[in-house]
Design a protein around this ligand. Structure first.
Ligand code: NAI
Length: 246
């Protein structure tokens, strides 16, 4: 028997933006699969969500390992008989000036941030096509829209996600499967915590709304796109950045 709830698969669901997305989708009555590398952190997420009355399970997977990622998603489809929502959220940075950037730092970022979205969507789409309903949401970045010094690898991966989003949206539109990209600005998470205070102050000056974003700001947009109310939105890049990229 297929799960009665809509099933969502969120990569990088253990912390930061992904953690907030897990919470928002579970709160919207989905059964959420939180996927990340660290089983212990995921256990805490599952316990917290269960105590909030939500339906969440964990998948331990390295999304840079394409066969493992595909197998994880195929396993979820087999177990629940459906997969309605895929959020490609997990991502990494390996910042550095491009003249000194090592090949490995370029390749790792592309594999984790960009190729994983292709692999995951390919594994997830069949079930959505069968159901004539589906949502694929890719987490991009303002760096993929306006670029950022020190991030040629990261910006390329996030700009790549925009092209992937639009092409995939065109291929899947006939089946009522929508594909969109949410591009966060500067959000307070472990990823941005490591930046020196001087850089943070400089960035703040570039944000018209004069504050850093919270993971819940991104999760609210993802929850909207994942729901029925967004049925007529596809192939879009939606910046949630306090006005930074306008
Ligand atoms: P974070 O570093 O706090 O969390 C990243 C999550 O991805 C973690 O759960 C981590 O376990 C998971 N992850 C990373 N590599 C993985 C792998 N190989 N396999 C499985 N899981 C993996 O990052 P944050 O800030 O929550 O970022 C989430 C997404 O939002 C990323 O795609 C990031 O590029 C994007 N973003 C973040 C911004 C920010 O200001 N924090 C700004 C723009 C985009």
């Amino acid at each position: 028997m297929p799960n009665e709830k809509r099933v969502a698969y969120v990569t990088g669901g253990s912390r930061g933006i992904g953690r907030a997305i897990v919470h928002a989708l579970a709160g919207a009555n989905c059964h959420v699969v939180a996927a990340a590398r660290n089983a212990q952190t995921l256990e805490v997420v599952v316990a917290e969500e269960k105590s909030a009355g939500h339906s969440v399970e964990a998948q331990t997977v390295d999304i840079a390992n394409a066969p493992a990622l595909a197998a994880s998603i195929e396993g979820v489809v087999a177990q629940h008989g459906r997969l309605d929502i895929l959020v490609n959220n997990a991502g990494i940075t390996r910042d550095g000036l491009f003249l000194r950037m090592e090949d490995k730092d370029f390749d790792d970022v592309i594999a984790t941030n960009l190729k994983s979205a292709f692999v995951a969507a390919r594994a997830a789409a069949r079930s959505m096509i069968r159901a004539r309903w589906g949502r694929i949401i890719n987490i991009g970045s303002v760096s993929g829209i306006i670029g950022n010094a020190g991030q040629v690898n990261y910006s390329a991966s996030k700009a790549g996600l925009i092209g992937l989003t639009k092409s995939m949206a065109r291929e899947l539109s006939g089946k009522q499967v929508t594909v969109n990209c949410v591009a966060p600005g500067f959000i307070t998470t472990d990823m941005t915590e490591v930046l020196p205070p001087m850089i943070r102050e400089k960035v703040l000056e570039l944000i018209p709304l004069k504050r850093f974003g919270e993971p819940s700001d991104i999760a609210a947009m993802v929850a909207f796109l994942a729901g029925d109310a967004a049925a007529y939105v596809t192939g879009q890049v939606i910046a949630v950045d306090g006005g930074m990229s306008m």
